[in-house]
Design a protein around this ligand. Structure first.
Ligand code: NAD
Length: 498
């Protein structure tokens, strides 16, 4: 059985790790590899490599750093198929979906190819006699990323291309459930000409995370994962003086107004609720059917959910794969059972689904729960599986109030043909990313990704301009180069413009 190693200072290594965690093929339920779980001394080793590489990397030219990013982009295109299969084999998602996350992650590399522009400072000429002011931003040093299982390549790519292009060195602690894509990217970076030590991967669990959070030589931590861990990472990381951005969980509502094109809305809701088996932080997990849209919407959704082809991710005709682990499968089936006990109507029940030839896979079929109330567990908890909850609202006001009362605020969408209603919705919801007739409004790489409320702990969103700000700090320089012929006398009053 393969043991997936760390990647430190440009090479794969066991370091001092002895503990491992199983990596499954979710479609068959079988263990396919083991991944090392780092001890804190292994994290020390990775941070030492990153610290050692920092001085030289921060002094490399912008052109050199951008050339690495251009090359990395090319390699991500060249190896897309291999990477997609690797992701699918450990995560379970279908190959096309894995390709989608590679493309969206690659777009951040494309943004980093133009980092010179994003880093450009300002200059004010002659702010006082013979005095100019300019500003520029510098890297922080060693920065770390801690990432979730559901996008094993895209979410790390939200972080490291920007951190590295701005002159930092990086330690990534990916999810231990699908760790291989991170090592693959480390190899691509090497091929792209990145010096050893600039990008390191340490696999592990809470031990590695805590070692990162407490490490005195790490300046900043980017985290993406569930809200309780995001809160923990933010508290512990900031307590040790680090800059921390921590993106958490979600419960994304799609509001469907009575005037919406139901066929269009239902198609998009179906893909957004059940794609990747609902294991997306921007998945639509709640449909808010407004007014008399409800019954017709439920009928169309039921019909479409029944047509989804569930199967192993590598099979070309599969549209939805399994969940990531047996525990996730059991949790999701438990959530459906609890919802039924609490009075929800199980319109489509995906429990107990068996896929031919893959009977031990972690599959749960698409599921729809109607007449869910805000007090039910199925509404309050992030199920993170292929379960769409339907809540009914009398009008747009009630729908907006529902969205705003929810503790999460990652994404939301409205389906309508009414521009005025859409405008009110986007202005009034307390959510960070909003789609108008777009169900999964993940911002492009040159904007920043981040929710509100419990979906983002800290105050910095990820990638785009906020990413550049997060991984750098500013300097403002006030300089005087007096003209040589003129004598200048020192003045002892507080400097004012002359
Ligand atoms: P998770 O919180 O369990 O794990 C995330 C990371 O934290 C992993 O690297 C894991 O090893 C580590 N971790 C887990 N438990 C820990 C602990 N007790 N102490 C320290 N570290 C710990 O999340 P997950 O199950 O891998 O991913 C799914 C979650 O991520 C969902 O809640 C989803 O909404 C969220 N997510 C959010 C976004 C976003 O942009 N807001 C994006 C993707 C995923």
């Amino acid at each position: 059985m393969t043991t997936i190693k760390h990647w430190i200072n440009g090479v794969p290594t066991m370091a001092a790790s002895t503990r491992t965690s199983p990596v499954f093929d979710p479609a068959t339920g079988r263990q396919q590899a083991s991944v090392l779980l780092a001890e804190s001394s292994d994290v020390d080793q990775a941070v030492a490599a990153a610290s050692g590489a920092f001085e030289s990397w921060r002094n490399s030219s912008l052109s050199q750093r951008m050339r690495v990013m251009f090359k990395l982009r090319e390699l991500l295109v060249e190896h897309e198929e291999t990477l997609a299969r690797l992701i699918s084999s450990e995560h379970g998602k279908v190959i096309d979906d894995a390709r989608g996350e590679i493309v969206r992650g690659r777009e951040v590399v494309e943004y980093a190819c133009g980092i010179a522009d994003a880093l450009r400072g300002g200059f004010s000429d002659q702010v006082s006699r013979d005095v100019d002011v300019h500003n520029f931003r510098q890297p922080l040093g060693v920065v770390a990323g801690i990432t979730p299982f559901n996008f094993p390549i895209m979410v790390p790519l939200w972080m490291h291309p920007i951190a590295i292009a701005t002159g930092n060195t990086f330690v990534l602690k990916p999810s231990e459930r699908d760790p291989s894509a991170s090592n693959f990217v480390a190899e691509l970076y090497t091929e792209a000409g990145l010096p050893p030590g600039v990008f390191n991967v340490v696999h592990g669990d809470k031990v590695a995370v805590d070692a990162i959070l407490d490490h005195p030589d790490i300046s900043a931590v980017s985290f993406v994962g569930s809200t309780p861990i995001a809160r923990y990472v933010h508290e512990r990381g900031t307590a040790s003086g680090k800059r921390v951005q921590a993106l958490g969980g979600a419960k994304n509502h799609a509001v469907v107004l009575p005037d919406a094109d139901l066929e269009f809305a239902a198609n998009h809701l179906t893909a957004a609720a059940f794609g990747s088996a609902g294991q997306r932080c921007m998945a639509i997990s709640v449909a808010v059917a407004v007014g008399d849209a409800a019954d017709a919407l439920v009928d169309v959704l039921k019909q479409k959910a029944g047509q989804i082809r569930v199967g192993p991710g590598h099979r070309p005709d599969s549209e939805m794969g399994p969940l990531v682990t047996r525990a996730a499968q059991e949790r999701v089936e438990g959530a459906i059972a609890t919802a039924a006990d609490q009075g929800a109507v199980v319109v489509v029940d995906g429990r107990g689904l068996k896929v031919d030839g893959h009977e031990q896979g972690f599959f749960v079929g698409p599921s729809i729960l109607d007449r869910v109330g805000p007090d039910m567990d199925a509404y309050q908890q992030e199920i993170f599986g292929p379960v769409l909850v339907i809540v009914r609202a009398a009008d747009l006001d009630e729908a907006i109030a529902l969205v705003n009362a929810n503790p999460y605020g990652n994404g939301t969408a409205i389906f309508t043909g009414d521009g005025g209603a859409a405008r009110r919705f986007q202005r009034d919801v307390t959510v960070g990313m909003i789609g108008v007739n777009v169900p999964i409004p993940v911002p492009m790489s040159y904007y920043s990704f981040g929710g509100w409320k419990d979906s983002l702990i800290g105050d910095s969103a990820i990638h785009g301009a906020e990413g550049v700000r997060f991984y750098t700090r500013p300097k403002v320089v006030t300089s005087r180069w007096p003209h040589v012929e003129r004598s200048v006398e020192a003045a002892f009053h507080f400097p004012t413009s002359t």
